[in-house]
Design a protein around this ligand. Structure first.
Ligand SMILES: Cc1cc2nc3c(=O)[nH]c(=O)nc-3n(C[C@H](O)[C@H](O)[C@H](O)COP(=O)(O)OP(=O)(O)OC[C@H]3O[C@@H](n4cnc5c(N)ncnc54)[C@H](O)[C@@H]3O)c2cc1C
Length: 588
């Protein structure tokens, strides 16, 4: 093995599918002085035991486009590298047991059309034609996604790694990162058990270990592992290689063909968090966790019902592997707000195989271009606050997150777990007034007020919402009389210093050089001329401004302002969100 270089332009930590994809795409973008470090062997962390589903339709257009790119890449990679990815485009059938689920599938079909993805609505009989082992007696209908496929996760990783190597990237296995060297808000290199490397840029692709790696540089990467299960069955008559992926979300399960049998896995409603991110064992290479048939029972029972032939089929192997989940079920991508030159791609919530191609390309473009290449707000690492990195808080939350994959994605759904976290000074009064609380950035905040005698709860449905008449009354009161709004959760940044006015004039579209005491509503644009934020800036002293932004945007905005402070400018940015309550008094 060649020895570690003293220096590399980019050092990637983690040789799972994500790290390999980032290396591959950086090399393709001309960043070839790349070193990837893997503590074990390539793919030996979580990637090797993934089921390999590549389901293309995601909740958002940008998420869907990422996976569409992954699927195309996995199909074309062999021609470039000579290594197959095992990709097969077998399609996918998703079935609905309830009318509510069927509405979701119809909406899914509409979204697919908008995202240029083929999708067909099926009757139960048509679903049976596609999956002949299916029990259809209790089904409302189904959808067919012909472009869905499966890949071999280890083969994809090896193929990406070879593609990266062919262009000059260097990969070192059995090289464990044990620390970082830092200087003035930047990372200058990584320390490994094989020696140190200076680095211009460090990329954290360490999967479930990414939180610990982030901590070495003072970067918050909020993720926590949960145990994640599937079984592989003996061969089954009638199951052929191109059997579509079968998803039965009302029964929490999915199935796919594997060597003539089935992989049966799923997303149970209450998950089983694994050990705390700071207690992950080492070494942990090509390793599984103990079987837990009690926990798997809810999935197995459902699978036996949906595919009755399983009742006469033996189980070859039980897989229980840890996968990392994030507070909001979206992965974590982008440049860390705490450190100038530290990037993260981790926390893939059990869709890392499907996402790796697109996410790896997006991060590589971000590193090379300096800005996110598309709308990646939903996965941007800057959406998190320090409290999201609390291990106890994370443990409470991931128990709920895993199950979200197959729960009905109701409009206005609120998380149930790890709440309440932050409460305003008048929380008790608002509660007494009948508030139904939602949670943003950990803040409990009133979504609406129920009249006396009514329960202040959202009755989740696709139809007209139960709270609309109550909000209607609130709007009328505001329009015709007066209303008080409890807005304490708004993000508040204090921007002060000799050059605060010059900096804010550069960042804001409106003229903020106003009289002390005045507030200006303004857009904040990036170099592409698109919005980074829209905020209210209040001048509270000659060289001091209060920047009021959305609850969820405060870290993102602080990062944006901080990164634009010139080397000779004197400006400080302080998050003062918790320091003051905010009330809006509105009405004629
Ligand atoms: C049972 C199961 C089924 C799944 N099924 C699917 C599926 O069907 N479809 C899908 O899309 N996803 C699936 N997933 C999820 C998928 O496996 C993961 O999202 C994906 O593998 C994450 O890849 P990664 O590269 O981020 O992490 P990893 O593969 O874990 O890679 C991170 C690497 O970093 C290395 N590392 C850690 N610390 C250090 C250090 N200090 N120094 C050097 N190296 C270090 C580790 O050794 C590891 O190899 C499944 C997961 C499980 C558990």
């Amino acid at each position: 093995m060649t020895s570690l270089p003293d220096r590399a332009h980019v050092v990637i930590i983690g040789g799972g599918i994500v790290g390999a994809s980032v290396a591959y795409h950086l090399a393709h973008l001309g960043f070839t002085d790349v070193v990837l470090l893997e503590q074990g062997q390539l793919s030996s962390g979580t990637t090797w035991h993934a089921a390999g589903l590549v389901g293309q339709l995601r909740a958002s257009e940008s998420g869907t486009r990422l996976v569409q790119y992954s699927a195309a890449l996995y199909q074309s990679l062999e021609a470039e590298t000579g290594l197959s990815t095992g990709y097969k485009e077998c399609g996918g059938v998703t079935v609905a047991r309830t009318p509510e689920r069927m509405v979701q599938l119809l909406r899914t079909a509409a979204a697919a059309e908008a995202f240029d993805l083929e999708c067909e609505i099926l009757t139960p009989a048509q679903a049976l034609e596609r999956v002949p082992i299916l029990e259809t007696g209790d089904l409302q209908g189904a959808i067919w996604l012909p472009r869905d496929g499966t890949a071999n996760p280890t083969d994809v990783t090896q193929s990406l790694a070879r593609g990266a190597r062919q262009l000059g990237a260097r990969i070192f296995e059995r090289t464990r990162v044990i620390g970082m060297t830092m200087s003035g808000g930047s990372v200058t290199g990584v320390r490994t058990d094989q020696g140190d490397i200076e680095a211009g840029i460090v990329v954290n692709c360490a999967g479930q270990w990414a939180k610990a790696i982030g901590a070495m540089a003072g970067v918050n990467v909020p993720l926590h592992s949960a145990e994640h299960f599937y079984v592989v069955t003996d061969q089954i008559e009638g199951v052929d290689r191109m059997m579509p992926i079968l998803r039965d979300p009302d029964g929490y399960t999915y199935m796919k063909e594997e060597v003539g049998g089935l992989v049966v896995g799923g997303f149970e409603p209450v998950a089983k968090p694994w050990v705390s991110p700071d207690q992950l064992p080492y070494p942990f290479e090509f390793q599984l966790l103990d079987e837990d048939w009690d926990h798997f029972e809810i999935l197995m029972e459902s699978a036996l019902h949906r595919v009755p032939v399983l009742q006469q089929t033996g189980i070859k192997k039980f897989y229980n592997g840890p996968e990392s989940f994030t507070p909001d079920n979206q992965f974590i991508l982008g440049r860390a707000p705490e450190v100038q030159n530290f990037f993260v791609a981790a926390g893939f919530n059990s869709v890392g195989i499907a996402s790796a191609g697109g996410a790896g390309r997006a991060l590589a473009q971000w590193i090379v271009g300096g800005e996110p290449p598309s709308d990646l707000v939903g996965v941007d690492i800057r959406r998190f606050a320090p409290f999201n990195g609390n291990n106890q808080w994370l443990r409470a939350r991931v128990g709920e997150v895993l199950g979200l994959h197959y729960s009905v994605p109701w409009p206005n759904r609120e998380f149930q777990t790890a709440r309440p976290f932050r409460r305003s000074a008048v929380h008790h009064l608002v509660e007494q007034a009948g508030a139904s609380f939602g949670s943003r950035m950990g803040w409990e905040r009133p979504n609406f007020f129920a009249p006396q005698g009514e329960s202040p709860a959202i009755d989740y449905s696709w139809g007209k919402q139960n709270w609309i008449p109550w909000v209607d009354a609130e709007q009328r009161a505001t329009r015709e009389a007066v209303a008080i709004f409890e807005q304490t959760s708004f993000g508040k940044l204090l921007v002060s210093g000799r050059d605060a006015t010059t900096l804010l004039q550069w960042l804001c579209t409106a003229d903020i050089d106003c009289a002390v005491g005045r507030a200006v509503y303004t857009g904040v644009l990036n170099e592409r001329g698109t919005y980074e934020a829209d905020v209210t800036v209040t001048r509270i002293a000659h060289d001091e401004y209060l920047w009021i932004t959305g609850s969820a945007s405060v870290n993102r905005d602080r990062d944006w302002i901080s990164r634009h402070i010139g080397p000779k400018q004197q400006v400080s940015v302080t998050d003062v969100t918790g320091a003051s309550a905010v009330f809006g008094v509105m009405g004629p």
